[in-house]
Ligand binder design. Structure first.
Ligand code: ATP
Ligand code: MG
Length: 344
């Protein structure tokens, strides 16, 4: 039945460091599974900065994203030079991708201190407000000040996104985690708006938790969480903590969602030390691509690849060095071949 479906155009940004390697690996798996995707390859990151493009992404890339509305992206190096901004931030801001969605789910064959407990939740992080507006100054010599910006519109849309994620995945509960006890106006706004908005969804339970307690609870009893929603910096920190519960950044996928575009990417960076050696683990980008397939409605292909990936991880024979259970691991290409063989 899928044979007659139109292919969805997706902008592919290979990115820097190990980016091109994990992108190629992911595209090979999707092609082998017959995903209904047509790639538009686009440039962003280090090469764009080298060409003098201040935003780190040329106009053609922005045009492609505006056209397709869907992006699969490799890691982009953030240049460490005065005046240059991160290309990641530029893309997120240009397309107002206000929600960062990170599934936190135990993977077969990836052993952690939490294995077997059924950790399975989603962190929804507000991604354009808060202290990340980057408005900082020296008030007097020796006194620095940073502006924390939170809006009702921002709180409402991130809460609605969390509710939509919960509904789409058949989840039951949304936990709003804030520091409302200290920052009553800013953090308090997400608590207040969050509670108001979630009351409109009778099928969903909701609760509020102080964010430091939430960090504690995530470590001592992570299986209690379903969907969590947080302001930008709290979400930044707790989403990395959550990734650590289920195997770390090497296997952590994410989505950046907005009204104009959706961008899917691995949580890890460009890992320059292992770039070009053909040993990078493509699992995080592949899992991100599965989120992308579900976003464009190709559920059957996503499920098929997910199954093949889980079988491969469970068998544990041909895994890359960072997750290998014995020996030093195999090249990316061998791992990819094994996943493709397991597509059945
Ligand atoms: P960046 O500055 O772009 O964040 P980084 O070196 O900090 O680059 P991270 O992704 O943060 O890259 O990774 C830290 C380390 O984790 C890497 O140096 C690498 O050893 C390991 N790592 C991260 N991602 C992968 C991967 N996909 N496959 C194998 N190892 C990885
Ligand atoms: Mg890093």
């Amino acid at each position: 039945p899928t044979a007659t479906r139109a292919r969805t155009k997706v902008t592919a940004i290979p990115g820097d460091g190990i980016g091109p390697e994990v992108m190629r690996a992911t595209q090979q798996v999707l092609a082998a599974a017959g995903a209904e995707v047509e790639w538009e390859e686009a440039l962003a990151g280090a090469e764009a900065f080298r060409r003098g493009i201040a935003a780190g992404a040329p106009q053609e890339t922005l045009d492609s994203i505006a056209r397709t509305g869907v992006v699969l992206k490799g890691p982009l190096e953030t240049p460490v030079g005065y005046g240059e901004k991160s290309a990641n931030v530029a893309l997120r801001k240009t397309f107002e991708m206000y929600g960062n969605v990170r599934p936190v789910r135990e993977l077969p064959g990836i052993r952690t201190p939490f294995s077997g407990r059924g950790v399975d939740f989603v962190v929804v992080r507000e991604n354009v407000e808060d202290v990340y507006a980057g408005i900082e100054h020296m008030q007097t010599p020796g006194v620095a000040q940073c502006l924390k910006l939170i809006t009702e519109v921002g709180c409402e849309r991130i809460t609605r996104l969390a509710a939509a994620v919960a509904q789409a995945e058949g989840r039951r509960k949304v936990t709003v985690a804030t520091k409302a006890n200290i920052m009553k106006l800013t953090e308090g706004m997400l608590k207040r708006i969050g509670e108001q908005v979630l009351a409109e969804y009778p099928g969903l339970q909701h609760e509020h938790m102080i964010v430091d307690n939430c960090a504690h609870q995530m470590v001592i009893r992570p299986e209690q969480f379903d969907v969590t929603v947080m302001t930008n910096m709290n979400g930044d920190i707790l989403s990395d903590l959550a990734a650590g519960l289920v195997g770390g950044l090497g296997v952590a996928p994410s989505a950046n969602l907005g009204d104009e575009a959706a961008m899917f990417e691995a949580v890890h960076g460009s890992a320059p030390q292992i770039a070009g050696k053909g040993v990078a683990n493509p699992t995080a980008l592949l899992l991100s691509a599965l989120m992308m397939l579900r976003h464009i409605g190709d559920f059957a292909t996503a499920r098929r690849i997910e199954h093949a990936l889980y079988v491969t991880l469970e068998e544990g024979k041909d895994l890359t060095g960072d997750i290998a259970r014995e020996g030093e691991g195999v090249p990316t290409a061998v791992y990819v071949e094994r996943i493709i063989a397991n597509l059945g």
